[in-house]
Design a protein. Structure first.
Length: 447
């Protein structure tokens, strides 16, 4: 505790760090306040049905990422997810489209062009998503919830929702440039954390009303949550980079020296994206079934609507593994890595540069992706086990899935940023060792 207080004093002494933290908190506060500002023409007191709809499923996940703005029919209802979707599309195009491949190789100028294209694509996505969100509002809310209706409401609300999401994106960029960094990740994380107090309170009330041992179970839940959180931290920190010696054991090559060297490969190179993809795919069949009246499809819908059922979780587990391999394959390019190593005068001891290095990296990446994908699959279905144990749905989300991985990853990256500022000015870091391992070893964003 004494060291923690001393660290806070050191942070306050560094004017630049103090200013960056203040700017970050100020922008995050603006985002949180905006998430409670309802769209003009909507009565906030009539949002009960919308809140019920976003209690679980994919919409519940979107509501969690937006910090409740989705269920509040807020001007920030669509949040940062359209920008993330656009970023994913541009990232995929960088694999298949030569124009984007050239931009990626142009350095800072190319990065600026890619960012600009990503913004334009975000606007296009918002133009389609905003009317869909408004159509859902019209379907879910009673007529008296709308003070204004018709095409004028749809046009003005579409413009407001689009502007709101672009403003959230701007806040994230300002946090990255002027604040502590990782702006987009921090906005998502603050939205997730904002739901935690309400989820804990709901769980506390339910356990309080339970007869016999309710409070004991409540304490046990927190112990389990702490253990899961710490294990996830250890796994994220421990998969930062692969020792060359270990990589050679994976491919059966025992020829290496005694110097401990590393190659830039991680067990979990895909991050949280496979979970997001898998959860989105799992939502599609249920949506399609909703448009049919077939009795044979009702059993299918029941099986895949049960988030604690075997088939739902088994299918999601398999999808996460498949998407982990897919996303790793399109983001990790062994040929490019081998070329960069050669240009910079680097090499892997005992492995010839060129084709042999490419084959070595590809084999290692393929084999270490399996345990990483299994880990992601287990994390994905952990909330289901929490629900089976009787934990309410909202609180169960914090026992695994994207929420847990985002919280762990962003916390580690933020602490690493603060650590680097302290160490540069010869102050003790946040840990006794003076080192905190982030997910990327740098200040990169989540996506």
């Amino acid at each position: 505790m004494k060291k923690f207080i001393e660290t806070l004093k050191n942070i306050y002494k560094i004017e630049d760090l103090r200013s960056r933290l203040g700017i970050t908190l100020f922008f995050l506060l603006i985002y949180r306040l905006g998430s409670f500002v309802a769209l003009p023409g909507i009565d906030p007191a009539q949002l009960g049905e919308l809140k019920n709809q976003t209690s679980d499923g994919l919409l519940g996940l979107l509501d969690m990422f937006s910090g409740g703005a989705f269920s509040n029919a807020s001007i920030f209802a669509l949040g940062i997810m359209p920008y993330i979707s656009a970023s994913i599309v541009i990232q995929l195009m960088g694999i298949a489209v030569p124009y984007f491949q050239r931009l990626q190789k142009e350095g800072e100028s190319g990065r600026r062009k890619i960012n600009q294209i990503t913004r334009y694509l975000t606007v296009v996505i918002l133009i389609f998503q905003a009317p869909a969100y408004l159509a859902n509002l019209t379907f879910q809310l009673p007529a008296e919830a709308f003070a204004v209706s018709g095409w004028m409401f749809k046009v003005t609300s579409t413009i407001i929702l689009t502007a709101g999401s672009m403003f959230v994106m701007w806040l994230g960029e300002r946090i990255t440039d002027k604040g502590i960094g990782n702006g987009i990740s921090l906005i998502i994380m603050i939205g997730i954390i904002a739901r935690l107090p309400f989820s804990v309170f709901a769980e506390f009330i339910s356990r309080l009303e339970q007869q016999g041992g309710g409070m004991v179970m409540f304490l046990v839940e927190f112990v389990v949550l702490f253990v899961v959180f710490m294990l996830t931290i250890l796994l994220v920190q421990g998969t930062r980079r692969i020792p060359v010696q270990y990589a050679k054991r994976i491919v059966g090559n025992k020829q290496y020296g005694g110097v401990r060297q590393y190659i830039p490969l991680k067990v979990n190179a895909a991050g949280v994206m496979p979970i997001i993809f898998a959860q989105a795919i799992m939502f599609v069949p249920i949506t399609l079934v909703g448009f049919t009246n077939s009795d044979s499809m009702s059993g299918f819908a029941a099986a895949f609507s049960d988030h604690t059922g075997f088939w739902y979780n088994f299918s999601q587990f398999v999808l996460v593994i498949l998407f982990t391999y897919f996303y790793t394959a399109i983001t990790i390019n062994p040929v490019q890595m081998a070329e960069d190593m050669k240009k910079n005068g680097g090499f892997i001891p005992g492995v010839k540069p060129g084709k042999r290095t490419v084959e070595f990296l590809d084999t290692v990446m393929s084999r270490i992706t399996l345990p990483g994908s299994i880990f992601l699959g287990i994390v994905t279905i952990l909330p289901a086990f929490a629900m089976i144990a009787g934990i309410n749905t909202q609180f169960a989300y914090f026992f695994g899935g994207t929420s847990l991985l985002i919280l762990v990853g962003v916390v580690l990256d933020t602490l690493q940023q603060i650590e680097s500022h302290l160490l540069m000015r010869h102050y003790d870091g946040l840990m006794k060792s003076g080192r905190i391992k982030g997910r990327t070893g740098g200040a990169g964003s989540m996506m």
